[in-house]
Design a protein around this ligand. Structure first.
Ligand code: CP
Length: 309
């Protein structure tokens, strides 16, 4: 495999070429095999220190980064906002410069401010891995989504992927969009017109506000969470009405292909954007997405660590 990777940071899929994205997915395939062995550990990051700086809540991303670091034999420090001097008013840049002064090699950052990782990356020597910044970007979530689709469907080229829900506030939708378009998939965004900006059509996305239309012909249906914490005004009349018009439920099954994948990045608002019966049903690959997140994050950490000066 020719290695095209030259970056010390992973900030956004927008920054990457199709070749770089495919290379991460190929590398993740190799790391997935490590987790299927009896001894699930390799020495790839032995002697490297990784700091997980999570300034916003997370279950899946935080745990799978930490587990990925352990499987790669890195030394690990976990910092939360509550337990750090960020609470005393220290800036993010000062925080990371102090972490760097302690010879950390990589910082995995989740932050509520869009662009926080992009701000830090050129200002520090250590590598910055974006674990989700505001409504901007969540590159490792998109990579695990792409990995799961490619694993299940063989290729992303020509795949019809419908992403449904709160697109406006979703970093996952934006990251999935860039990754899918670069690898040749057809992307549809659907949801209430207040939550699906028409501007995405300019990037090559089909935008619609009709669920049935979005489901017909889809190979993958990716449901997004209604992000109550990022919504400052009423974008739809009530959760019940949202569920009735845009939620995926048993009724929706007559419109989707029998072999279509049902995906969700988590956490799920059960019986709002996705009925429990479907989340736990035979077409759901939601927990496989979580499993694949580990392999993808091992690949990302391995590749960026290889480019540190
Ligand atoms: N998908 C995702 O980012 O989940 P967490 O917020 O739990 O990490």
């Amino acid at each position: 495999m020719n290695n095209p990777w030259t970056k010390k940071d992973l900030l956004s899929l927008y920054d990457l070429s199709a070749e770089e994205i495919a290379f991460i997915l190929d590398t993740a395939e190799e790391f997935k095999k490590v987790s299927q062995r009896k001894i699930k550990k390799v020495p790839a990051l032995r002697g490297k220190t990784v700091v997980n700086l999570f300034i916003e809540p997370s279950t899946r991303t935080r745990i799978s980064f930490e587990l990925a670091e352990q499987r790669l034999s890195a030394d690990i420090i976990n910092i939360s906002a509550e337990a750090s001097s960020l609470r005393k008013g220290e800036t993010l840049l000062d925080t990371v410069r102090n972490i760097e002064a302690l010879q950390a090699d990589l910082v995995v950052l989740r932050h509520s401010a869009a662009g926080a990782p992009n701000f830090l990356a050129p200002r520090v020597r250590c590598g910055i891995v974006n674990a989700g910044d505001g409504a901007h970007s969540h590159p490792t979530q998109a990579l695990l989504d792409l990995f799961t689709m490619r694993e299940k469907k063989g290729t992303l080229k020509g795949l019809n992927v419908s992403i449904i829900g709160d697109i406006l506030h979703s970093r996952v939708a934006r990251s999935d969009m860039w990754g899918l378009l670069k690898l040749g998939a057809n992307v549809t965004f659907a949801g209430p017109s207040t939550l699906v900006p028409r501007e995405f059509a300019a990037a090559g996305v089909r935008v619609c506000d009709n669920l049935t239309e979005a489901l017909e012909g889809a190979d993958v249906v990716n449901l997004l969470r209604i992000q109550h914490e990022r919504q400052r005004s009423g974008f739809f009349p009530s959760t019940g009405e949202y569920a009735k018009i845009f939620g995926l439920n048993k009724e929706s099954l007559k419109y989707i292909k029998p072999d279509a994948l049902i995906m969700h990045p988590g956490p799920i608002n059960r019986d709002v954007e996705l009925a429990s019966a479907l989340a736990d049903g035979p077409q759901s690959v939601i927990l496989e997405q979580v499993t694949n997140g580990l392999a993808v994050r091992m690949a990302v950490l391995f590749l960026v660590a290889g480019c540190l000066k």
